[in-house]
Write a protein that binds this ligand. Structure first.
Ligand code: EZ4
Ligand code: CO
Length: 402
């Protein structure tokens, strides 16, 4: 069997997605997500110009060899654009292997380790009363875990809080929109929010919060400490993780569990964090960390060091990525939680899929492969629209991490 065709499909059913579709000479197809929010066309060009020509004629069964060929063989290793392109090829090859074997991909990964994939939903609102109502909406739907984000009094905009009635979408303008950030106001406000959420929902609901890389290690340590009475399941991305040693300082000061990894691209981005047990959950994803093959490698390293998984699953990761994530989540021994933000109806229509939500769990499709596809005719009706993630500034205008 040989790879006969490889199509890079860019579509915007409400937001941009890049998808790689491989076709074998036997007519078997496989799909891989290649979406990098705000940088979609860079990955599309990387695939079209540099990867697709080398794929035609290759044996689709050789997943590991193809991964090594694209990673080592490129000489210029790592980085989000490269690793997203590698991920798309790898994911599509696993899809093909599952179809050829007649098995869902989780069976190829060792079979199920659990009955379902526990997911967390996003409760967000401008203020605490609003977010309490949102948490209740999620628990009413059966969610066992909820991420809680609110506006900060005195700030005009806040990460993670969408406009009422619209699917949350941070990539909101072709040229980045600008948000304002004030660390002191934030550190004062967040523990008050969690005190009320915990008081209202009791000790058993899993609560999470995403700092989105905005603090320094000592500020993050203070936040972790002040949240200890409210028993969070995790505090996400407390500081930018370029300097992994920063986590040593946070760790020395707080028992609030830490989750990191949505911007990680390879095992080298989290090797120290995992080896020294500086984090509790690694949040790398199929699409941004080199596909199923490489993410499995990260998760296996994590398992060795008591670190669990918590893969990123926001709406900019397509239903193709979510499908792949669910197969891995079901199979690995050290699964923790999976992020889940349902996609818009238009997105769900472009990517027909068999995964389903029930009682706080997601279940992957039982059909061979990943159980997801792209409707290319429908996709063609939604042309690309430039959209960037925002930038963030302190009150005095200094550029800050978003
Ligand atoms: O900002 O997916 O945990 N989820 C997040 C997301 C990210 C976006 C970036 O594209 O932090 O909302
Ligand atoms: Co996040």
């Amino acid at each position: 069997m040989r790879i006969a065709d490889a199509r890079v499909i860019v579509t915007c059913p409400g937001r941009n997605f890049v998808t790689l579709k491989l076709v074998t000479d036997d007519g078997v197809t496989g799909v891989g997500d290649a979406t990098l929010n705000g940088r979609e066309l860079a990955v599309a060009a990387y695939l079209t110009d540099h990867v697709v020509p080398a794929l035609i004629g290759r044996d689709p069964a050789r997943i590991e060899d193809t991964w090594q060929y694209l990673y080592r063989g490129a000489y210029w290793r790592r980085g989000p654009v490269t690793m997203t392109a590698v991920a798309a090829v790898d994911t599509a090859l696993w899809d093909i292997k599952g179809k050829v074997a007649g098995l869902p991909v989780y069976q190829l990964l060792g079979g199920r380790s659990r009955e379902g994939v526990t997911v967390y939903g996003h409760a967000s609102a401008a203020d605490t009363d609003g977010v309490l109502a949102e948490v209740a909406r999620f628990t009413g739907q059966g969610y066992r875990a909820v991420r809680v984000q609110t506006g900060v009094p005195g700030l005009p905009t806040t990460y993670g809080v969408g406009k009422p009635g619209i699917v949350y979408e941070p990539a909101d303008a072709a040229i980045p929109s600008e948000a304002v950030w004030d660390t002191e106001r934030y550190l004062d406000h967040v523990p008050r929010v969690f005190a009320r959420v915990r008081a209202e929902f009791g000790p058993h609901l899993k609560l999470l919060h995403d700092v989105h890389h905005r603090l320094t290690p000592i500020e993050a340590a203070r936040l972790g400490k002040s949240l200890e009475p409210h028993a969070l399941t995790w505090l996400e991305d407390p500081v930018p993780a370029e300097l992994q040693e920063g986590y040593r300082l946070i760790r020395r000061h707080t028992t609030t569990p830490l989750a990191v990894g949505e911007v990680f691209n390879t095992i080298w981005d989290c090797e120290l964090l995992i080896r020294e047990q500086l984090i509790d959950y690694v949040r790398a994803t199929v699409v941004h960390a080199g596909g199923i093959t490489h993410l499995r490698r990260i998760f296996d390293l994590a398992a060795l060091h008591h670190v669990r998984t918590g893969s990123h699953g926001a709406t900019d990761l397509s239903p193709v990525c979510l499908s792949a994530a669910l197969h891995l989540d079901l199979a690995v021994p050290n699964f923790g939680l999976q992020e889940y933000m349902p996609h818009s109806e238009a997105t769900d229509a472009v990517f027909p899929h068999g995964y389903r939500f029930a009682d706080g769990y997601l279940h992957p499709a039982e059909t061979p492969g990943l159980g997801v596809d792209i409707d290319e005719e429908l996709a063609a009706r939604y042309p690309y629209q430039a959209a960037s993630l925002p930038v963030n500034r302190l009150p005095d205008g200094t550029l800050h991490s978003w």
